[in-house]
Write a protein that binds this ligand. Structure first.
Ligand SMILES: *Cc1c(COP(=O)(O)O)cnc(C)c1O
Length: 374
């Protein structure tokens, strides 16, 4: 092929994936449409049970999004006005947003240089008598230092919510992400590693009481129709998304394996040239993103773009510097690692159907850039 598209490399290609799963998904969708039952039905229940089994956890509830999963987790733990919740400033906005939405105060703590996850040794300093919980984010698909975090939480009697929106299938010492803290939250936004064809999410817990509470909260605080025991939300998963996800669950492990292969190829070729994700055998990384770190990030970003290669910055502005959180009165320099990382991080194309040729093209362009920039 000689046309210019040959070397075009997108960040993610959902259309290629669709070709692989089209027939079984269409079959499953037809069943839903024929059934006349479109919200919280058999497919949702089957998905909840299948995901719980995959994660090896007893309870699982489908909800409308990952953001809702986090908000429902806070509601179920009765966290609100006057409470403080500790989290990372280096995450997607929703992690901090839900804390504020529930009337509580987000308290940020800097990240570790190595994994970009919350730094356990910074957490203790941020604990006050109002601290009720920690929301841990497993960024890019790599689990945070859960052993240290759980130990601190136990000592101070804090709840731990795992924002595992980027980390389905990731592991920490043999345990799946989301199953270690009190509540685990997942997003099935289409671009996530396990994505639906619209918004969707899931909450898991080992605690039957929390499970029952969230089951009611996701449906207007109601256990019995038109009887409402608490103020809840409309956050139900629909049958169409569940039908799609049930098919995709069969592909999940294979797709995660593909991501790992791609990550390994990048790392083998680039790790002596710039900072690549750390190799962690005890923590199974699922590479929702493959991020490299370098001084002249913006130049490389430009060079990749000019070579038809997509790349992205997750995240260019840490949460404590977001306009929406100005009322928290954080200032420049409060979280130096998060601030530095936001200027140096760059996500490379990674998705299960990314070809070896395209990946090699990415590697070649990066190597050329690094050689020429000395
Ligand atoms: C995607 C994401 C969310 C939000 O999930 P939605 O399903 O888009 O609401 C929350 N936290 C993190 C870390 C995410 O990556």
């Amino acid at each position: 092929m000689t046309n210019g598209n040959y070397n075009k490399v997108p960040l993610l290609d959902l259309k290629e994936e669709w070709k692989l799963i089209k027939l079984p998904v269409l079959d499953n969708l037809t069943e839903v449409l024929d059934s006349g039952n479109y919200i919280l039905g058999d497919k949702v229940e089957k998905l909840e049970n299948s995901v719980a089994k995959y994660l090896n956890t007893p309870f699982s509830l489908g909800v409308a999004s990952g953001t809702d999963a986090l908000q429902l987790a806070l509601k179920a733990l009765k966290i609100g006005a006057g409470d403080e919740v500790i989290t990372t400033p280096f995450t997607f906005f929703a992690t901090g947003e839900v804390i504020a939405l529930e009337g509580a105060k987000p308290v940020f703590v800097d990240i570790e240089e190595e994994t970009y996850n919350i730094n356990p040794s910074e957490i203790e300093k941020a604990i006050t008598e109002n601290t009720k919980a920690i929301i841990v984010v497993h960024l890019y698909g790599q689990v945070a230092k859960m052993k240290e975090i759980m130990e601190i939480a136990r000592r101070y009697n804090l709840k731990v919510i795992e924002d595992a929106c980027q980390a389905i299938g990731s592991e920490f010492e043999g345990k799946k992400a989301g199953t270690i803290g009190d509540i685990g939250c997942f997003s099935f936004f289409p671009t996530k590693n396990f994505g639906a064809f619209g918004d969707a999410g899931l909450v898991i817990t080992k605690d039957k009481k929390i499970h029952d509470k969230i089951n009611s909260l996701r449906n207007h605080g109601s256990e019995e129709k038109y009887h409402h025991s608490s103020i809840g939300m409309n956050s139900r998963l629909d049958e169409i998304q569940a039908a799609v996800l049930l098919v995709k669950l069969d592909y999940l492990e294979t797709f995660l394996e593909k991501r790992k292969e791609i990550a390994n190829r990048y790392t083998e070729n680039l790790s002596n040239l710039l900072k690549t994700p750390p190799n962690t055998d005890s923590r199974k990384h699922t590479f929702h993103q493959y991020c490299v770190e370098l001084d002249n990030r913006d130049e490389l970003n430009e060079v990749l773009k000019n070579s038809g290669i997509a790349s992205a910055i997750y995240y260019p502005i840490p949460l404590h510097k977001q306009e929406a959180f100005r009322y928290l009165n954080y200032k420049n320099g409060d979280f130096p690692v998060a601030e530095k990382t936001s200027k140096r991080i760059l996500a490379l194309p990674i998705f299960p159907t990314l070809s070896v040729e395209k990946q090699e093209h990415v590697i070649t362009i990066i190597k050329q850039f690094l050689e020429s920039s000395g």
